[in-house]
Design a protein around this ligand. Structure first.
Ligand SMILES: C[S@@+](CC[C@H](N)C(=O)[O-])C[C@H]1O[C@@H](n2cnc3c(N)ncnc32)[C@H](O)[C@@H]1O
Length: 293
């Protein structure tokens, strides 16, 4: 008898459950809907439809990869972020829903600046798939963005994602270690840099440890290397009325705030993630301090 969508869904869920995955049912649905290009709702309404042997074989192969702890969206090769479909590659971090909060916090600033100046220049340090910068460009039509990264693979992926989402005319890339190869001033400096302490990396879940690139995770001995590098040069690259938006680790608010305050910035706002952890900091130049110097 031919396999139906329902029977393959049940088989996939059971295989992932047996592999010990708590999210077995959800993962099976996302994998199958992604591989067959069907909306999740269609899995419910079209459950009795037969599946070709070829599709069943593709699905079984994908389920085996997930059973070995490869993340669902790595297997599918793309992930949605802020409504944009983003391709993933070997050296790009899979963009996380928490990072959408950083985008949410910066959109009002980008709109304010674009409406007062007619444009808004954004630099996204460590752009990876381009997620943050591309989401800002999609939301603010007068904005232009530069994505930087140390990884050529990431920059090529970010450019491809800009093309796929119709944003290539307003997005460029440069290979750079933080600000090293970046010229000029920007209205918004944004970064979700690597911020995990080196000694914690071996303890991360296998989905992250083996499938996200280490350069996207490792923030050095205390997790703060990237923030130090960014804070020490940000003053030379920020317009007077501009802002710096950063994603941080759950326990880094005080330390990162101190690093930026020491370089003449003031914390303008902070936001928590869906789990209630500190996740986003937005800084501006501390005009009072610089006037008193
Ligand atoms: C946590 S990932 C963030 C990726 C993407 N911005 C996002 O939010 O999904 C950090 C990124 O910083 C890049 N990176 C690591 N060290 C860097 C450095 N010294 N200079 C520039 N980029 C760096 C990594 O290659 C990676 O793409």
């Amino acid at each position: 008898m031919a396999q139906t969508l329902d029977s393959l869904l049940a088989e996939s869920r059971d295989r992932l459950k047996a592999a010990g995955l708590e999210s077995a049912g959800l993962d099976a649905r996302h994998l199958i809907s992604g591989l067959l290009d069907l909306a999740l709702a269609a899995l419910l309404t079209r459950g009795r439809e037969p599946i070709s042997d070829e599709d069943a074989a593709r699905i079984r192969a994908a389920v085996e990869r997930r059973a070995a702890h490869e993340p669902v969206y790595r297997i599918l090769g793309e992930r949605e972020f802020f409504g944009l479909k983003l391709k993933l590659s070997k050296e790009t971090l899979e963009p996380r829903p928490d990072t959408e909060i950083l985008v949410d916090c910066l959109i009002p600033h980008a709109r304010r600046i674009a409406s007062s100046k007619g444009s808004c220049r954004i630099v996204d340090l460590g752009t990876g798939t381009g997620a943050i910068c591309l989401a800002l460009l999609a939301a603010v039509l007068d904005a232009r963005g530069l994505g930087t990264d140390i990884s050529e693979d990431a920059l090529a992926t970010a450019l491809e994602n800009a093309r796929r989402n119709g944003l290539a005319e307003r997005f460029g890339t440069v290979r750079s270690k933080w600000f090293e190869a970046v010229d000029g001033r920007f209205d918004i400096i944004v970064s979700n840099p690597p911020y995990i302490r080196s000694n914690v990396i071996p303890e991360l879940e296998p989905e992250v440890r083996y499938h996200d690139p280490v350069a996207a995770l490792d923030g050095g001995e205390d997790g703060l290397d990237a923030y130090r590098a960014i804070a020490s040069h940000a003053g030379r690259h920020l317009e007077t009325d501009g802002v710096i938006g950063l994603e941080i680790g759950f326990d880094q608010k005080r330390a990162v705030t101190a690093l930026f305050e020491a370089q003449g910035f003031r914390l303008l706002s902070a936001a928590k993630d869906l789990g209630g952890n500190d996740r986003v900091l937005v800084f501006q130049q501390d005009i009072e301090r610089s006037n008193n110097r």
